[in-house]
Design a protein around this ligand. Structure first.
Ligand SMILES: [Zn+2]
Length: 291
């Protein structure tokens, strides 16, 4: 008995999972959980009710990154304001960009607006292309398969499980896609505050009528709103913005052109699994289905 008590702390210290994963957003956390299953412990760095462009590196992020074997980021410079600083402070060489422990979703799929003459001097926050791939279920299925391969590389013993779960995620997307497209089909499309749901509109074959921002990252101006109103009056559509984007521009434009305004988050609740992500897409499809 004495010997057993002596062994107990050693037994408790062995983790039940193979990899510690730091996900930048709750969408990336969802995907890591969906593909990693019980082999990963996922910690999300950014809360879903905050603008992921504008976060700052915090001590809690550094602690999470110090212990992580894998970072799952959205990428394409979405997290450029805080992730490089947090990675620098964490002093964990295994998860730096270019290493197997660093994974970007946006690097796994073709990006919208890539290769355009984006001008950072004009305030454009996305010169590398649109990073907001997380609201595109089809691209997320591709990212899931790529993530499974990365997890398999870091933890070969559980490779088959990672691949099976990525396949199950892709199949779940496929099973829902025709229903989403049917529900939204023929709708008027949307005007967004920022091009953060452009991929979902593309996925649903709905028109994106523009953004309240004249350039990504730049607040709406009166002259831009007037130009939008002149162009969109008489057309069908809906204005969608997130809870953290200022509502004034959307309300002003809605009053000018008579469109409804919907307020929706870009990411599922913290700690979500695939069902939470699909419920978020359901909400967006419902808001976009304006007939
Ligand atoms: Zn953005």
């Amino acid at each position: 008995m004495k010997r057993l008590l002596f062994l107990l702390p050693l037994l408790v210290a062995v983790p039940a999972w193979a990899l510690d994963v730091a996900a930048t957003t709750s969408s990336m956390g969802m995907l890591a959980r969906a593909v990693g299953g019980s082999q990963v412990r996922v910690t999300e760095l950014a809360p879903p009710d905050r603008d992921a462009h504008l976060l700052q590196a915090k001590p809690s992020m550094l602690r999470t990154l110090r212990d992580a074997q894998l970072v799952v980021a959205v990428g394409a410079e979405l997290e450029i304001g805080w992730l490089p600083a947090a990675l620098g402070g964490a002093a964990n060489a295994a998860i730096l960009p270019g290493r197997p422990g660093y994974f970007e979703a946006a690097a796994q799929v073709p990006l919208l607006d890539a290769g355009q003459a984006a001008d950072r001097a004009q305030g454009d926050v996305h010169p590398a292309g649109n990073p907001h791939v997380n609201l595109d279920p089809g691209r997320m299925a591709i990212v899931a398969r790529a993530l499974a391969e990365r997890l398999a590389r870091l933890d070969a013993a559980n490779a088959a499980g990672y691949r099976e779960r990525a396949q199950a995620f892709a199949a779940a997307v496929e099973a829902r896609s025709s229903g989403w497209r049917r529900q939204a089909g023929g709708s008027g499309g949307a005007l967004l505050y920022h091009k953060d749901a452009a991929y979902l509109l593309h996925y649903l074959s709905l028109p994106l009528h523009g953004t309240l921002e004249p350039v990504p990252g730049v607040a709406p101006t009166a002259s831009h709103l007037e130009a939008l109103a002149g162009r969109l009056k008489g057309k069908p559509g809906v204005i969608v913005h997130t809870p953290w984007q200022p509502p004034a521009g959307a309300e002003k434009l809605a009053s000018l052109i008579g469109w409804k305004v919907a307020v929706l988050p870009l990411d599922p609740p913290a700690g979500s699994d695939a069902a939470g992500y699909f419920a978020l897409i359901d909400r967006w499809v419902e808001a976009l289905a304006t007939k």
